[in-house]
Design a protein around this ligand. Structure first.
Ligand SMILES: [Zn+2]
Length: 478
């Protein structure tokens, strides 16, 4: 026994000496893997299924994708990045997902306020659009919107407008991710005067942008009160042919509810179902007046909902039944809507804050829509509403590197007791100090890397003059 123990000790000592001698060689053999970017932050909300709240966290990015998420020491030991960005008193999140808007309308920001939707649309927005919307307008407006979104931590957005191929060109340059829908409407619209032209323009748009890594071309019939059965059926058929998403407005106002009921004898949702428009890859905006029956129909058809609390409040449209929709199994994302008078900005931190407070005041109960739920709606559930949840919406290995960092350490934020509630109820778009999309830094807290900010803002001011002039001329003519 004794001899065996001595032998064992000798073998152990020999092995120890061997491993000590071999250590430097082993260390150099375990070379760090190259990667493009490592982002380190003092806190993280990766928005994984378990809703993990992490302390110091590092994310390694290679080829636009997340290759590691972990403790900074571990990630630093394993990866050799070309660029390393560290924010100590800050929280790392997946980029925010805006599920409803009209980006180019940023050029009409606040042009008309404090009006009901139908008045606002028919007296101000449609005439202003008829006189001004062109590829140049759409380019300048979308650039302004992209600038605002990049600085404010939105990495994926949804668009319903005209000249979407020009919108896509801006989004491609700006580096954002977008689900971009060419609007279909039953009156002559910018870029197409009738259904045949609309179909031709949209088909060319789908052909041009299909397969783009960040741009998903989509079809956006405006609403059940502005689109006929034929228009809606043609939109659904073309979307199915291309596997493209569909975007529309549904049950936004009580007026719409009444108009559709009068015309078709049923709710907008029931009518859309009857014409065969409801189905997969459809995200409907607003849904303020959806009944329990409508919600069950949307859930059964796999239709998602874009909730726009600020727009619904500002236009006096009503309070969307968000908690009931989620309970019914409808995937709900958050949106800002356009800036022309229904919001009037693209701040997704506001969207979370308002969505939470609106649900609470509607229920006279503070428990519906908690801060973690609101964060999910602004990230992973928004991504799911757009069919992009396998790519983005959370910080997990294998997903696209769409990340933001929100600075803490500010008078309106400190002290932080509960990270989710801080981000939802205290943080602002202006606190975002890093925006990364597809692994590329678009905003580093000092400058936007893909757009000439001074030029974009100067163009917006120039367009203000042109729009005002066009409206004066129309007033004179009357
Ligand atoms: Zn809208």
């Amino acid at each position: 026994m004794r001899g065996a123990t001595v032998r064992t000790a000798l073998v152990a000592a020999f092995l120890l000496a061997l491993s000590a001698a071999g250590a430097p060689a082993a260390k150099s053999a375990a070379k760090k893997a190259p990667c493009d970017l490592v982002v380190v932050a003092g806190h993280a909300l990766p928005m994984d299924a378990a809703f993990t709240v992490r302390g110091a966290t590092a994310v390694a990015v290679r080829g636009g994708a997340i290759v590691a998420v972990g403790d900074p020491a571990e990630v630093d030991a394993a990866w050799a990045p070309k660029q390393r960005i560290e924010r100590k008193n800050a929280v790392l999140l997946p980029g925010l997902v805006n599920t409803h808007g009209h980006a180019a309308m940023n050029l009409l920001r606040g042009i008309s306020n404090d009006q009901p939707l139908m008045e606002w649309l028919t007296k101000y927005i449609f005439p202003a659009e008829a006189k001004n919307v062109s590829p140049a307008f759409v380019t300048a407006g979308t650039e302004l919107a992209c600038l605002e979104m990049i600085r404010g931590g939105t990495t994926t957005f949804t668009d319903m407008y005209y000249y979407e191929s020009d919108v896509a060109a801006v989004v491609d340059r700006a580096g954002l991710r977008g689900v971009l829908g060419e609007t279909w409407i039953d009156f002559p619209a910018p870029g197409h005067a009738n259904l045949e032209e609309t179909k031709t323009v949209t088909r060319a748009f789908l052909e041009k942008w299909k397969g783009h890594p960040r741009i998903t071309p989509a079809i956006a019939p405006h609403a059940p009160y502005t689109c006929s059965r034929e228009t809606l059926q043609a939109a659904r058929a073309l979307a199915d042919e291309y596997g493209a998403p569909l975007l529309t407005h549904v049950s936004e106002t009580w007026d719409e509810q009444m108009q559709v009921r009068e015309k078709h004898g049923k709710s907008p949702t029931a009518w859309l179902d009857e014409v065969g428009f409801l189905g997969p890859r459809l995200c409907v905006a607003h849904g303020v007046w959806l009944s329990a029956e409508d919600l069950a129909t949307l859930a059964a058809r796999g239709v998602s909902l874009a909730h726009n609390p600020e727009s619904n409040m500002k236009l006096g449209s009503g309070i969307a039944p968000v908690a009931a929709a989620r309970k019914a199994g409808v995937v709900v994302g958050l949106g800002t809507d356009g800036s022309a008078g229904s919001n009037n900005d693209l701040d997704m931190f506001d969207a979370m804050d308002f969505a939470g407070k609106l649900a609470k005041v509607a229920a006279l109960d503070p428990t519906p829509l908690t801060a973690p739920e609101l964060l999910r709606m602004a990230t992973i559930e928004g991504a799911k509403a757009l069919g992009l949840d396998r790519l983005v919406g959370s910080i997990e290995t294998g997903k696209k590197a769409d990340l933001i960092v929100v600075d803490l350490g500010k008078a309106h934020v400190e002290p932080v007791f509960d990270l989710p509630s801080t981000v939802v109820y205290a943080s602002r778009a202006g606190d975002v100090s890093l925006t990364v999309v597809d692994g590329k830094v678009l905003w580093d807290g000092k400058r936007v890397t893909t757009l000439d900010e001074a030029k974009v803002l100067a163009a917006a001011r120039e367009w203000r003059g042109k729009v005002l002039k066009s409206l004066e001329t129309s007033a004179e003519k009357k």
